[in-house]
Design a protein around this ligand. Structure first.
Ligand SMILES: NC(=O)c1ccc[n+]([C@@H]2O[C@H](COP(=O)([O-])OP(=O)(O)OC[C@H]3O[C@@H](n4cnc5c(N)ncnc54)[C@H](OP(=O)(O)O)[C@@H]3O)[C@@H](O)[C@H]2O)c1
Length: 303
């Protein structure tokens, strides 16, 4: 156990925060926060409550902080609820970042490909941001604030994160499709949306490696395979032996859809050249996902 560091995971009960906590395991001192999913050993926090944030920093003095708070409903919900989007993706992040500044803590912020407009296919860290939707605007604004005010920070931009967590309130694309088809319902999946699906354990390892390094600045972190969403889910279902017949292609972009970059990839060379964590391709990542599902099912049977 390394007692020189104490890592605070804000939103440790979500897809990414939970994976970060699991990777840190017993090797590092860490404390997680939860909002609605009361979890043993974790501390409650509502990101809008500045007093509570201050109290956690004053009592825990974290050396490193990873911000994993999210709003259920993603890009679509943010567009309809710009006030909440700003509370979570800008003000919440800034409230935490301000305490990091006071306590000299290193801050890790998770951002998204939605800071870009998608006019290019592949974006590098130094490319100019130009978000198309409220979610992307909040992320870009938070990125700006962090860069202007903090010295010791990391901004990790990622996309299409997936993993296996049946208890989640906000199922990722793979779980969403699985549970919908399990009920016997068809699921329409866009062929026009291209991205690099990112396996959550790769992302968590990368975030920890970044967090514990001496680097600062922006890094792109995503899986190695560029694929459209329909092909991604079809492949995943086939690999896992699930019935993919209810997964149907959605070929054209619906008229009233929230604006977003539909065909976009993040160049990860900067991360790959400096760090050891492997960002796997889809086949490799599906192998790991399969193991996780088997493990989860075994644990469920035992309990
Ligand atoms: N998932 C992706 O594909 C993706 C892609 C790019 C960037 N990101 C970014 O990565 C971050 C984490 O995403 P995720 O997918 O892991 O999110 P998630 O699974 O939805 O988890 C959200 C976390 O936020 C906590 N939370 C919710 N409301 C809160 C509140 N009012 N105060 C404090 N905490 C609250 C939740 O706690 P409870 O569970 O206890 O309620 C949970 O721990 C987000 O900032 C997101 O924008 C995600």
């Amino acid at each position: 156990m390394d007692y020189t560091k104490k890592i605070l995971i804000v939103g440790a009960t979500g897809l990414i925060g939970k994976a970060v906590a699991e990777e840190l395991g017993g090797y590092y001192q860490w404390l997680g926060t939860y909002f609605s999913k009361k979890s043993r050993g974790m501390t409650p926090l509502d990101i809008a409550n500045k007093e509570r944030i201050k109290e956690i920093f004053d009592t825990e003095s974290p050396t490193h902080v990873v911000y994993c708070v999210n709003l259920v409903g993603g890009v679509d919900f943010c567009e309809k609820n710009p006030g909440s989007a700003r509370t979570f993706h800008f003000e919440g992040a800034v409230n935490i970042a301000r305490e990091c500044l006071k306590h000299n803590s290193r801050f890790v912020f998770i951002s998204s490909e939605c800071v870009f407009d998608g006019k290019k296919e592949v974006y590098e860290e130094k490319d100019k941001v130009n978000p198309l939707n409220i979610y992307g605007k909040c992320k870009a604004e938070a990125e700006r604030w962090i860069q202007d005010n903090l010295k010791d920070y990391l901004i990790a931009r990622t996309m299409s994160v997936y993993g296996w967590d049946p208890k989640t309130k906000a199922p990722n694309a793979v779980m969403n499709a699985y549970f919908t088809t399990l009920k016997g319902d068809k699921v329409l999946i866009p062929t026009f949306r291209w991205s690099n699906p990112t396996y959550v354990k790769d992302l968590a390892k990368a975030l920890i490696e970044l967090c514990l390094s001496k680097e600062s600045g922006i890094f792109h972190i995503c899986g190695a395979t560029f694929i459209n969403r329909y092909e991604w889910l079809k492949k995943t279902f086939k690999f896992l032996g699930w019935d993919s017949s209810l997964i149907l292609p959605q070929e054209s972009i619906p008229k009233n859809i929230v604006l977003r970059p539909h065909r976009i990839s993040l160049n990860t060379d900067k991360f790959r050249n400096k760090f050891k964590t492997r960002l796997h391709n889809l086949e490799e990542a599906l192998g790991m996902l399969k193991e996780d599902i088997l493990m989860e099912n075994t644990i469920c049977k035992v309990h």
